[in-house]
Design a protein. Structure first.
Length: 561
């Protein structure tokens, strides 16, 4: 450290003090004439000596004060609640306080010249390198947050702030342990999610009670209309529609569940788009305009899930226009660029109040809602469904200018339909069917349905029984043509494992997987697991008839040209 030059006024003060001190302690000398020069010289030397002694005294006092301040600074530096480090341009540690050493779990002397990145996870090191580079290139303070990897301990979440030194060759960083704060935030988020789930559960209970009221009410009325076939049929149709609503409600939850996969088929999205829009907009004051080209490409998707997306977006659009407005729904083909993939683009636009800019980045987040009683799952479900179909969903909105949602889904080649197929009558058939399900009501219902369609039916409760029954009928020469298997059997062998064992007995076995768990990947990719068809619960007689016909009496393939 270079000492600063003493100012002239300071020297004058010292000299006057020295002279006063010397005059006070010296005795009067006789006038020696020419001999006075040596005395004057002696006087000057004494003054300078006193000046030096006074300067040394002040220096000693200043040094003591500096050492006291240094001790205080060292204590504050070492025992601060924040870890302090000085890093060179390569990210190596030049110095550290005791808190920082304790945070890293290593003695301070062993930290010198060690890369700070050694205490970070492999995936976080590039992030820290970018933070360090930004700190050296910018004079302002930078910050980041990441976990520290400490040997023998659980990772600790830390907040890192850095600023470059005046020389520009070192970066001083402060490392604050925010593990407990992070846990508190996670706990708060969990509580908020639980509260949202409570709201969601209440809404589901309300909807299901309404649906059950419709089902039970119509069935009870039907019991008293035995002599009026037309009234009886109408009441049963109402009960059936209410049951389908319950099925759609459970689909919304199952789709959002982790691991849920769509059960895809090729269909024309235009017809579904009209039906879903008209149904959701029914009874609203909004003017609805639907524009769909006749040559719209088909898509390979889960029709129920895509319909749910359209229904949610249309409902949101209508709710954004409580005083009425215009709802525009359109679809178009998106031509591929340089041999790329074809897409179908769907647009849903309203003339409502729009979405504030600060909310646009959050609308697809789970549990985020601007509605007082909203669950925050509607748009999150939409995003989850479209993503699982390989598509994209985005929004364009501004306050006072309305909102438009854009959906793009991969298009596919059309599937030729059998022109002779008659959908007006149930497809009856013949054959021996084995039904395996742990629920007695499901076994009874499936047996009644299949018997009504002309099939011979036997039922078992679990996979073990199904394997034994299948083997026995094979040995008797009365093998089953089809096996319908429940996917999940609590405490027993389910459909996936049972089929694996059946294939050892009969490699050509035809099996249908049936489950209410739409989240299981077997339901979406049933052929990869050895099944020949899929039957999602709850199912109707028409669905059972179609699946059985497609499996036992498939339509002939069109002749090749």
């Amino acid at each position: 450290m270079v000492a600063e030059k003493t100012p002239p006024e300071h020297d004058d003060r010292l000299r006057k003090r020295a002279e006063a001190h010397l005059d006070k302690n010296s005795r009067a000398e006789p006038d020696l004439g020419a001999a006075a020069d040596p005395l004057q010289l002696l006087h000057e030397l004494q003054v300078h000596q006193l000046e030096l002694e006074m300067q040394n005294a002040e220096l000693r006092k200043t040094r003591a004060e500096v050492e006291t301040l240094l001790d205080k600074y060292t204590d504050l530096y070492d025992f601060a609640p924040v870890g302090h480090f000085t890093l060179d341009r390569n990210g190596r540690i030049c110095s550290a306080n005791l808190t920082g050493a304790d945070l890293l779990g290593i003695e301070r002397s062993r930290l010198i010249d060690r890369p700070f990145a050694d205490f970070l996870g492999r995936d976080d090191r590039p992030i820290f390198a970018a933070f360090l580079k930004s700190s050296f290139s910018c004079p302002e303070k930078n910050s980041c947050e990441m976990p520290l990897q400490i040997e023998g301990e659980s990772p600790r979440r830390v907040q890192i702030q850095g600023i470059v030194s005046q020389s520009g060759e070192e970066c001083r960083i402060a490392v604050l342990d925010v593990t407990e704060l992070h846990r508190a935030k996670q706990g708060l988020l969990k509580n908020q999610k639980l509260e949202s789930l409570g709201v969601l559960a209440g809404g589901i209970a309300h909807d299901f009670n309404n649906i059950l009221t419709a089902v039970l009410g119509n069935i009870s009325l039907a019991r008293h209309q035995k002599n009026h076939p037309e009234k009886l049929s109408r009441l049963l149709e109402e009960a059936e529609r209410a049951t389908v609503r319950a099925k759609d409600l459970t689909k919304q939850l199952l789709t959002f569940a982790k691991g849920g996969e769509p059960v895809k088929r090729v269909f024309n999205v235009g017809e579904m788009l009209r039906e879903a829009t008209n149904f959701a907009a029914c009874g609203s004051s909004a003017k609805c305009k639907i524009v769909i080209p006749e040559d719209l490409w088909p898509i390979n998707a889960d029709a129920g899930q895509i319909s749910q997306v359209i229904h949610n977006l249309v409902i949101n659009a209508i709710q954004a226009m409580p005083e009425g407005g215009r709802l525009s729904v359109s679809a178009e083909n998106i031509e591929p660029r340089s041999g790329g993939e074809k897409f179908v683009k769907i647009s849903i636009a309203d003339t409502g109040s729009g979405i504030p800019e600060e909310h646009l980045q959050l609308i697809f987040e789970p549990y985020f809602s601007t509605k007082p009683q909203g669950s925050g799952l509607g748009l999150a479900v939409c995003h989850s469904i479209i993503k699982k179909h390989g598509g994209k969903i985005r929004t364009d909105s501004a306050p006072g200018q309305g909102t438009t949602f854009f959906i793009t889904l991969p298009a596919t080649a059309p599937v030729a339909e059998n022109p002779s197929e008659d959908h007006s009558d149930l497809a009856r058939g013949q054959g021996r069917i084995l039904v395996m399900d742990d629920e007695a009501v499901i076994r009874n219902t499936a047996e009644i349905m299949l018997t009504a369609l002309g099939y011979q039916v036997e039922c078992t409760e679990n996979g073990s029984e199904a394997i034994l029954r299948y083997r026995k009928r094979m040995e008797e020469g009365a093998a089953f043509d089809v096996v319908i298997m429940d996917l999940t059997i609590p405490g027993g062998i389910g459909g996936k494992e049972a089929l694996s064992q059946l294939q050892r007995i009969a490699p050509q076995v035809k099996a249908i997987v049936s489950s209410g768990y739409a989240t299981d990947p077997v339901m979406a990719s049933f052929r990869e697991y050895g099944f020949s068809a899929v039957l999602c619960k709850p199912y109707r007689l028409e669905e059972m008839a179609r699946v059985m016909k497609d499996l036992l009496n498939p339509a002939p393939e069109p002749p090749s040209n």
